[in-house]
Design a protein around this ligand. Structure first.
Ligand SMILES: Cc1cc2nc3c(=O)[nH]c(=O)nc-3n(C[C@H](O)[C@H](O)[C@H](O)COP(=O)(O)OP(=O)(O)OC[C@H]3O[C@@H](n4cnc5c(N)ncnc54)[C@H](O)[C@@H]3O)c2cc1C
Ligand code: HEM
Length: 407
């Protein structure tokens, strides 16, 4: 617990962080990378360039300060950070470096307002949080049976293009086996050494097939450049380079986004774009389990050409008696057939979809949500409007979590 001396300083920081949190974390990363250029290899430089990682850290620090007495509100935020840290191989020795530069950034950004009392309070708060993260990460590494940063070489067994911008990659150990257990909804980190500048980068990809299969499959959307913004580096590298026989170094599976498949309540899977990948892993797992559970699958895509893993969905429709689906295409093409391949033209209205698919209501349902930020925000609000309690809505964001639904 925070000492009574530190507490008023942390409380008083909440409005300051709301206003200056982003300036603080941006300065922090600049400061830390200047002193430790080797850490650029650990951090996603795309998230740094677009500014989302700075926003994510600012949001986490603010959430922490604002909820210092509310461990229940912080628990899912902490859980997500712990899994992300484990997926990129954070170790205890990293914490003093981050602590030093975070405190240094607070002192420099706040100037005269950074009194010795305030700096001492944040030093205490940082180490309280760091201690919890270090302990939880140690437990997770032990549960998974790995060590920080360990990657295993996996061999690409199959590569398949799926529509205009998606590529699925099947991975096995060199002995031709499954790389390991996972829970449907979890992700792995994939390492890329980028040819242009030799930069080593990790990216996370959700496993998109069932754990019962003797492989892992990832399904990668190519991030094209647009309006002067650079194209995504690792996704384009994978699209250009991935071929059968090539080796990719990957982490074990991590992630806290996995429904309880033993339950009997209706399972509601809501996704957009490539956010479909963890949902298809869930569907394929239910198929492998011959499940009869009621499942609602709602998906939004631009058109049939952008609707990833359609073949898996078609197979699940045949195999799962409890599955009901609702597909929206925003800009259907001539070849897309309304009524058979998709149900609605335009953006997803979750209220309409759920009124049709779950007419008895959502009182017991477990909801899994995955897609772009704006989509997540809209569906989160729609679900709260339908009286779904926040603790039964589980979210995965394919980038740093900005916590905008909480703050
Ligand atoms: C838990 C998790 C699971 C995921 N699962 C999947 C999955 O199953 N399938 C999948 O395809 N992806 C998934 N992702 C996303 C994936 O990890 C990568 O983020 C994605 O492939 C893009 O990486 P990249 O290296 O190609 O792009 P980056 O080079 O990292 O760029 C990211 C984005 O930022 C933009 N950008 C680059 N520079 C700037 C700049 N200066 N200003 C503004 N914007 C900029 C790029 O155009 C691009 O759109 C997941 C992410 C997470 C965290
Ligand atoms: C109290 C200390 C820390 C806090 C509060 C914190 C917070 C966060 C948050 C909020 C995220 C984003 C999670 C998401 O994806 O939603 C994150 C990711 C990450 N953190 Fe930390 N972190 C801490 C310590 C560290 C340390 C010591 C390191 C090691 C240098 C580190 C390295 C990373 C990396 C590499 C990522 C992935 C980000 C990316 O590449 O996009 N963090 N952390």
């Amino acid at each position: 617990m925070l000492t009574t001396a530190a507490r008023p300083y942390i409380d008083a920081s909440v409005p300051v962080l709301r206003e200056h949190g982003l300036a603080l974390t941006s300065h922090f990363y600049r400061r830390m990378f200047a002193a430790h250029p080797e850490l650029r290899q650990l951090f996603n430089q795309g998230n740094q360039a677009s500014g989302v990682q700075q926003q994510s850290l600012a949001a986490a620090v603010l959430a922490y300060a604002a909820n210092i007495d509310n461990a229940a509100a912080l628990a899912p935020v902490m859980e997500r950070i712990v899994h992300k840290h484990a997926a990129v191989g954070i170790r205890p020795a990293h914490y003093p470096i981050v602590g030093r530069h975070l405190l240094g950034a607070i002192a420099e950004v706040l100037g005269d307002a950074a009194t010795p009392g305030l700096l001492a309070a944040w030093d205490e708060a940082y180490w309280l949080l760091a201690g919890e993260l270090i302990a939880a990460e140690a437990r997770l590494y032990q549960t998974v049976g790995t060590t920080p940063g360990a990657l295993q070489p996996l061999v690409i067994q199959r590569v398949e293009r799926d529509g205009d911008e998606v590529l699925s990659i099947w991975l096995q150990t060199p002995e031709g086996q499954s790389p390991g257990p996972f829970l449907p909804g979890q992700y792995i980190s994939v390492e890329a050494i980028l040819p242009e500048d030799g930069l080593r980068q990790l990216r996370q990809y959700s496993l998109s097939d069932a754990p019962q299969q003797p492989w892992w499959r990832i399904t990668v959307k190519r991030e094209d450049g647009h309006d002067g913004v650079a194209a995504g580096r690792v996704s384009n590298w994978l699209h250009a380079q991935a071929q059968v026989g090539m080796t990719l170094r990957c982490s074990p599976a991590f992630g806290d986004f996995h429904p309880d498949l033993a339950g009997e309540a209706p399972l509601v899977l809501v996704s957009a774009g490539v956010g479909v990948t963890p949902m298809v892993s869930v569907l394929n797992t239910l198929v492998a389990q011959r499940s009869t559970r009621p499942v609602v699958f709602v998906h939004a895509a631009r058109s049939g050409r952008h609707h990833a893993l359609r073949a898996d969905l078609a197979a699940a429709r045949q195999a799962l008696p409890g599955l009901r689906t609702w597909i929206c295409y925003e800009h259907p093409q001539d070849e897309d057939q309304l009524g058979t391949e998709f149900d609605r033209v335009g953006r997803l209205d979750l209220r309409v979809a759920l009124a049709r698919l779950l007419p008895d209501g959502l009182s017991e349902a477990d909801v899994q949500l995955c897609g772009p930020q704006a989509f997540m925000r809209a569906q989160w609000q729609a679900l709260l409007g339908l009286q779904v309690p926040a603790e039964r809505i589980h979210r995965e964001v394919f980038g740093p979590e900005l916590l905008d639904h909480l703050l």
